[in-house]
Design a protein around this ligand. Structure first.
Ligand code: 5CU
Length: 365
């Protein structure tokens, strides 16, 4: 009997649906799309650190950012069976409060319709109307159950504006827990520009993307742990972008700093029933494999377990700089990292490449 091939699933892959692209083209502050004469080609400017007069101002933006057929083409070239697509940063963070509910409804419906064009190949993480406030957000979470292809939500680190340890977010986390919708946590804001120094303009996007993004995620989740979110919402599930930033590597240090903190002890926060950082990594957290190397991936596997790792590409970001390449170096590097860390055709590799995502996100229709 022929062996059935185990599926390859990309859980970290973005789109800006056509309606969102139109909005970006109508704007002149971040996030926006425009050309910078004398060049007529369009550039997408989204990161706080990149809106400067240099070649670092945004990135070229083409059909790969918004055409769903381009996503399928990319999947076919890279052997990807299923993609769980998500709106790319900065999501709806910038939308005025009174427009948030309608914006989220319309984007989520649009993404669901895009998935329906390729049944079985596309699923999605929905977008929340964060600026609309608690009730609007909870209503959208409840509505998501009526959409066929939604399997979780993508979330940035700012929450309602005060970070993810904000007590006001607890009902939202509970609503996600009750709806069994995992959070795909993704960075956007990085670290304050001052940490990159006066020469930052010479270094392109390297510092904010390589270091700012992972630190942002690490800080956000550490604040949730310190605030006791995972004790209060014990079944909350999160998939952390970029293999958890640096959380797997720093977990021991964070844990030790907590255990030696007199203030936490005096406040009774170190008693029985506390979930350690290691507990949270193994019970509440999944990690994508978008870390471009086996050393970081092995740390992720050791921290959370082979059954909690999920392949991703970050498409359409990190395209090859040479136009002649069909296969993307960024994707091949991630495949290679999984091969080196988990071998080829092992149960662990199959799980990381797709089995875990199919199981956790229920990827069948
Ligand atoms: O290259 C970038 O700026 C990005 C980004 O903004 N978001 C993302 O998911 N990956 C790369």
């Amino acid at each position: 009997m022929a062996a059935t091939k185990s599926p390859i699933v990309d859980i970290h892959t973005h789109v800006y649906p056509p309606s969102y692209i139109s909005l970006l083209k109508s704007r002149s502050s971040i996030p926006y799309i425009r050309s910078f004469p004398p060049s007529s080609s369009l550039r997408l400017v989204i990161l706080p650190a990149e809106d400067t007069e240099s070649t670092s101002r945004g990135r070229p933006v083409g059909a790969e950012y918004y055409e769903i057929a381009e996503k399928i083409k990319f999947m076919d070239v890279h052997g990807i069976d299923i993609s769980v697509i998500s709106l790319a940063n900065p999501w709806l963070d910038w939308v005025p409060a009174d427009e948030a509910a309608e914006a989220a409804r319309s984007i989520n419906d649009e993404v669901d319709r895009e998935c329906a064009k390729y049944p079985g190949r596309l699923f999605a993480f929905a977008t929340l109307p964060l600026s609309g406030g608690r009730d609007v957000i909870v209503r959208e979470i409840e509505r998501l159950k009526t959409l066929t292809y939604m399997r979780g939500v993508i979330l940035g680190t700012t929450g309602l504006g005060k970070g993810l340890d904000d007590p006001e977010l607890r009902p939202i986390f509970k609503a996600l827990q009750d709806a069994q919708l995992p959070i795909f946590l993704h960075p956007h804001y990085g670290l304050p520009g001052s940490v990159w120094g006066e020469q930052a303009g010479d270094y392109g996007h390297v510092l904010p993307l390589a270091l700012g993004f992972p630190m942002e995620t690490t800080i956000a989740v550490t604040r949730m742990i310190l605030a006791g979110v995972f004790e209060e919402v014990p079944e909350l599930q999160m998939i952390l972008a970029h293999s958890g930033g640096t959380l797997p590597f720093l977990a021991g240090r964070i844990e030790s700093c907590m255990e030696h903190d007199g203030h936490l002890k005096a406040e009774g926060k170190l008693g029985k029933g506390r979930k350690t950082v290691w507990d949270v990594l193994k019970k509440n957290i999944y990690l994508d494999a978008v870390i471009y190397g086996d050393v970081g991936l092995k740390a992720a596997i050791q921290a959370s377990g082979e059954d909690r790792i999920m392949f991703g590409t970050d498409h359409p970001f990190f395209p090859p700089l040479g136009e002649e390449d069909e296969k993307w170096l960024s994707v091949e590097t991630n495949y290679e990292g999984i091969k080196k860390a988990l071998g080829t055709d092992t149960e662990g590799a199959k799980a990381a490449l797709g089995g875990n995502a199919v199981r956790v996100l229920n990827l069948s229709i």
